[in-house]
Design a protein around this ligand. Structure first.
Ligand code: PLP
Length: 429
């Protein structure tokens, strides 16, 4: 791409003939997976704590160096079960800068999510703002290790201890990551991983509750399986949160390629970083090299005062090139329903969240994204930013921009409400 007329948004041919997705699933050794599936079919043990699920739980606990792992059908149900097992009620403090599932898991049980702002350095829940949000109804805090960067774990533990609050972590992004050398998974009262198809390590759909607390582990195990403590014996309220054998087979196969997935993500991250670092006004969020990380998110920050084009304008240009970037987690939970109707002015106490959701774009990575793809994506960003003012002027006159403003693309989780439909139709995960 040499000049602006080559951009698809101005009539050029899209850089990618096929859509390039952010969360295209990593798939491990197909033969190993098929062998496991055959075994499952031969065994006719498809679900209800089968051998693959048990082995998956052992291996997840091993990587996360935590005593108990309770595998679930997804992370949302894992959060719901953990919230209930911890006895959370009333109000729970959460960041708004998260995927909507964190808030929904509370509201689903008629617990009020109280949205707290993020720290402008780490983008995770700001411990300095939590205490002012605590009321007599507050029973807990849910920290989210956003984009696999851990929360300020010591400060949160101290606040929870001082106020006698339960502390749960949404670690959906943070499997195989560490904080000060200790693996994510054993902090707080419990943590929750996601193994959804868009995560770097997937079990098709899947999640897990991990904890060192024996009592909590026993309780969540019961709750995951309708409260059954034995044949014909229900001792607890429960739900159906079980992981099935096919998912566990996929999870185990993925685990065999764990290092390969992380190495690929790391190489992709370094490539993006190297090619974007000279472009003024754009930067990638940084990962602490001293820690283990899965590098599953390539998050581009756009400083519009330097690029002269906005994050949304860059997003549109990239969509038109078939690069389906995402605005994770625009517009923030507090601006989505039902929370926006409940607390229309929540944004007033969330200034850092409000700024961040306007500034970030998630770029494609994973094993399906090649070095050449990254080169092309970065080149487009470079051409666009080099001609920021001109691109903006031309774009604002174009029909594409008008359409984007009234009807943004429906594949972006933040743009629409029916996530499942969108996932099935557009994300092809
Ligand atoms: C921060 C966060 N929490 C929870 C979830 C829900 O995970 P699942 O799709 O496994 O239910 C996600 C999924 O993307 C997430 O990003």
């Amino acid at each position: 791409m040499k000049n602006l007329d080559d951009l698809a948004v101005f009539g050029g041919i899209p850089a990618f003939a096929e859509e390039l997705h952010v969360g295209r699933p990593n798939i491990g050794d197909r033969q190993r997976l098929l062998a496991r599936i055959n075994e499952i079919l031969d065994r006719r043990w498809l679900t209800n704590n089968g051998p693959n699920v048990q082995e998956f739980e052992r291996q997840i606990a091993d990587v996360a160096r935590v005593k108990h792992c309770i595998a679930t059908c997804n992370a949302t149900v894992a959060l719901e079960i953990a919230i209930r097992a911890l006895g959370l009620t009333g109000e729970v403090i959460v960041p708004s800068m998260t995927f909507i599932a964190t808030a929904h898991a509370l509201q689903w049980q008629e617990i009020t999510p109280v949205f707290c702002d993020i720290d402008p350095e780490t983008y995770t829940i700001d411990p300095n703002r939590i205490e002012q949000m605590i009321t007599p109804r507050t029973t807990g805090i849910i920290g989210v290790h956003l984009w696999s960067r851990p929360c300020d774990l010591e400060s949160l533990a101290e606040i929870a201890r001082r106020h006698n609050l339960k502390l749960l972590y949404d670690a959906a992004h943070s499997f195989a990551c560490s904080y000060k050398g200790r693996m994510i998974g054993s902090f707080g009262d419990a943590e929750v991983f996601s193994f959804h198809a868009t995560k770097f390590l997937n079990s098709l759909e899947g999640g897990a509750i991990v904890t060192n607390d024996d009592g909590l582990a026993a309780k969540t195990r019961l709750m995951r399986n309708f409260g059954f403590a034995g044949v014909d014996k229900v001792t607890h309220i429960g739900t159906n949160g079980k992981m099935d054998e096919m998912s566990a087979a996929m999870g185990l196969t993925s685990l065999e390629s764990l290092d390969e997935f992380i190495n690929t993500n790391y190489r992709n991250y370094k490539r993006y970083q190297c090619q974007l670092e000279k472009i003024p006004g754009v930067s990638l969020i940084i990962y602490n090299k001293a820690e283990r990380n899965n590098y599953q998110y390539i998050i581009l920050e756009i400083d519009e005062t330097e690029t002269l084009i906005s994050r949304d304008q860059l997003a549109l240009i990239l969509y038109m090139e078939n690069i389906l970037v995402r605005r994770y987690f625009y517009p923030g939970c507090h601006r989505m329903e039902p929370y926006h109707s409940y607390y229309p002015h929540a944004g007033l106490v969330l200034p850092e969240t409000e700024k961040l959701v306007q500034r970030v774009l998630c770029l494609p990575t994973g094993t399906t994204v090649s070095p050449a793809d990254i080169g092309q994506i970065c080149q487009i960003i470079q051409v666009v930013v080099e001609h920021g003012r001109e691109v903006r002027e031309r774009l604002e006159k174009s029909e594409h921009w008008g359409r984007f403003l009234t009807e943004p693309p429906d594949h972006d989780r933040g743009f629409q409400s029916d996530l499942q439909t969108s996932d099935q139709l557009r994300d092809k995960v």
